[in-house]
Ligand binder design. Structure first.
Ligand code: LIP
Length: 267
């Protein structure tokens, strides 16, 4: 039923690969570090038309231009046309197209496509996670053998002290850490065993909708940082780990959240 989404997401990837003079189309959204390009908008418009033509029973909720067409629908696509926009602008080649399908409040399908590496991560609820059609699974290493990924958004300045507390505590307890700039790819890398644990204190549904299902279907435990279920209607924190390291991440999160001046810094 979802094969058409794979075709659509790869076409979106081709738009990204064909981008040129990106720097000429950059605009500020909420601040100088919250950016959008003409390609974000063009990819989103392509995805909106293609997905709603192929699946008219669903709605659409996209990152750009407050695009929300969900009224009266039992399900909708939650879409980030280019996750890792800053990476895209700087030609870091670590960006992706993220399409999640939420049906009756549950993630049903996710597709994350990195066109630079031609890597398509997919998952359908209850049917496992795949990278280019090959099954993927999380690692089973403990926190002290884990590669940590995390995200942070400068435009959520209130989260910076909490993010730095997590890194201060986790860095000495793990093998090393990376800050990639795309939550969707971070979650897919945990799913594929390229890393082992991921957190972000405040992020938006389109960044994690698809990646959260792919990680869960690969064996990860994915929740908000307080251990509650992920929310898909508004911003949320994200914690993703394997069965060996997840509990330690949540325990640390509760410790940090209880510290003075941390109120409101972890969503
Ligand atoms: C990005 C997220 C990333 C976060 C960045 C940014 P965008 O999404 O995927 O995890 O740390 O600050 O928000 O804005 O590139 O679509």
């Amino acid at each position: 039923m979802y094969q058409q989404i794979e075709t659509i997401v790869k076409e979106a990837g081709r738009i990204i690969l064909g981008a040129h003079h990106i720097e000429r189309s950059v605009e500020e959204k909420t601040s100088a570090c919250d950016l959008v390009t003409a390609y974000d908008t063009a990819v989103q418009e392509y995805l909106r038309k293609a997905l709603l033509t192929a699946y008219p029973q669903f709605g659409f909720y996209g990152e750009e231009n407050d695009c929300c067409e969900t009224e009266g629908k039992c399900g909708w696509f939650i879409v980030d046309p280019i996750d890792g926009t800053a990476n895209f602008i700087r030609k870091l080649h670590h960006s992706c197209v993220s399409i999640g399908l939420l049906v009756e409040g549950k993630m049903e399908y996710g597709a994350v496509y990195n066109p630079y590496f031609d890597e398509l991560f997919t998952a359908q609820r209850g049917k496992g996670a795949f990278l280019n059609g090959e099954r993927i699974h999380v690692t089973d290493v403990a926190m002290n053998e884990s590669m940590l990924l995390f995200g942070s958004a400068i435009y959520y300045r209130e989260t910076i002290p909490a993010t730095l507390r997590f890194v201060e505590e986790l860095f000495p307890q793990t093998l090393d850490f990376r800050r990639g700039g795309s939550a969707a790819l971070d979650l897919c890398y945990v799913a594929a065993g390229r890393a082992d644990v991921y957190f972000e204190c405040c992020i938006r549904p389109w960044d994690y909708a698809a990646g959260s299902l792919i990680a869960q279907e690969a064996g990860a435990i994915v929740t908000a940082l307080d251990g509650s279920p992920l929310r898909f209607a508004d911003r949320c924190s994200v914690a993703a780990g394997n069965p060996k390291n997840y509990a330690q991440l949540i325990e640390l999160s509760k410790k940090i959240a209880a510290e003075p001046d941390m109120k409101g810094r972890i969503l």
